[in-house]
Design a protein around this ligand. Structure first.
Ligand code: GLA
Length: 362
């Protein structure tokens, strides 16, 4: 056991990663979509397509060395072209909500496309998740680019976005974000992957640990009220590893508003430095996902809006809580909350951000 683990470790260090490109179909407008397969010697395989810069699948070994896909999604491009809740996609220009789809910047007010009741959610009607990105393969990464025109979905300024997915020998998929604007604007980029580390129908038995002493409570529209609240004594306390299901139906106003967990946690430690944000562990499979980020927050969402109507990979019906999301991000509605870390991207000043998903077993 120890010898084979050692062998794998040594192989992982000496064998290079591989990146392969294949066609993945066409959009109704006729744009070609490609898919890139990134593999390393330690058993991680990530497939990333140019539509939405989406992570289509992510295969990681369990405690017995058995590889399986840990992401919800679809087998072919068709599934992604239909209405779906951002599975595996890059979300932008602004991840999560902007209240009433409005904000002002430098004394000017802007109206965004609203797509979530009265609010703007995840970039609007046609966000970054519904665009075809250009891509370039490197030795161990794929570099995806999208240029968001000034005025797109109501946002000021052109924003040139680069997202680089890198596979590392340490069984990590690393996501580096970079965005440059030609005029002051706002941005909040994240990946909206839905993880299920065991293949069980729900993630209620997954154990979650969040490196956060505080969270941002929301109103009935899931817009942060502006308060930063301690998690102590609430169902939001994940400072110790806790099964997702233990308190998900607690009689708590915040749980009721979110229909479960759908909140932003304020990560401990200084934003801008890569630090541990979360751990997810499946006792069933033994898979452990460790998320690190430079972002100030993480939206922990427990798939509350999944209702069994979506048929995903292998014809599987995705029911409520079939997966969980850890959307590393700036806080929702920051453009209207001056006390939150700023999401303003200044003209010509690159915005950068990094998130790492590491897979191991225990
Ligand atoms: C985020 C939001 C949720 C929901 C999902 C996608 O997590 O906060 O309310 O929109 O994305 O369905």
């Amino acid at each position: 056991m120890f010898r084979s683990a050692l062998l794998l470790f040594v192989l992982a260090l000496v064998l290079p990663a591989a990146v392969k490109k294949d066609p993945f179909g066409r959009t109704p407008a006729g744009e070609a979509v490609d898919i890139y397969t990134l593999t390393n010697a330690a058993g991680l395989e990530a497939r990333i397509m140019t539509y939405g810069a989406t992570v289509v699948s992510l295969k990681a070994p369990d405690k017995g060395g058995q590889k399986a896909d840990v992401l919800l999604g679809f087998d072919s491009l068709d599934g992604y072209l239909k209405e779906h809740p951002y599975m595996g996609a890059i979300v932008g220009r602004y991840g999560n909500r902007i209240a009433k789809g409005q904000f002002s910047l430098n004394g000017k007010s802007y109206r965004l496309a609203v797509n979530n009741g009265p609010n703007a959610l995840h970039g609007g009607l046609r966000g970054f998740d519904k665009r075809v990105w250009t891509a370039e393969a490197k030795a161990d990464s794929v570099v995806l680019k999208y240029s968001s025109a000034a005025g797109e979905e109501g946002y000021p300024g052109k924003l040139d976005v680069t997202v680089t997915y890198t596979i590392t020998p340490a069984n990590e998929l690393r996501i580096d974000y970079r965005a440059v604007a030609d005029q002051d604007t706002v941005a909040n980029l994240t990946n909206h992957a839905y993880f299920n580390l065991s293949g069980e129908p729900t993630i209620l038995n997954h154990l979650v640990k969040l490196e956060a002493d505080r969270f941002t409570p929301v109103d009935t529209d899931l817009i942060p009220t502006g308060e930063i609240r301690s998690v102590a004594g609430t169902p939001f306390d994940f400072r110790k590893e806790t099964p997702v299901g233990t308190r998900i139906n607690a009689s708590d106003e915040q749980i009721t508003f979110g229909k479960g967990y759908d909140h932003n946690w304020v990560l401990n430690g200084p934003p801008g430095t890569l630090r541990k944000a979360a751990e997810v562990y499946s006792p069933r499979s033994g898979r452990l996902l460790t998320v690190s980020t430079t972002e100030p927050g993480v939206q922990f969402y427990t798939g509350n809006f999944l209702d069994g109507s979506l048929k995903g990979k292998g014809g599987k019906k995705y029911s409520q809580r079939a997966a969980l999301c850890l959307e590393t991000q700036h806080y929702p509605n920051s453009p209207n909350q001056p006390t939150f870390p700023t999401t303003v991207v200044k003209k010509g000043v690159p915005m950068t951000s990094t998130t790492v998903w590491q897979f191991s077993t225990r």
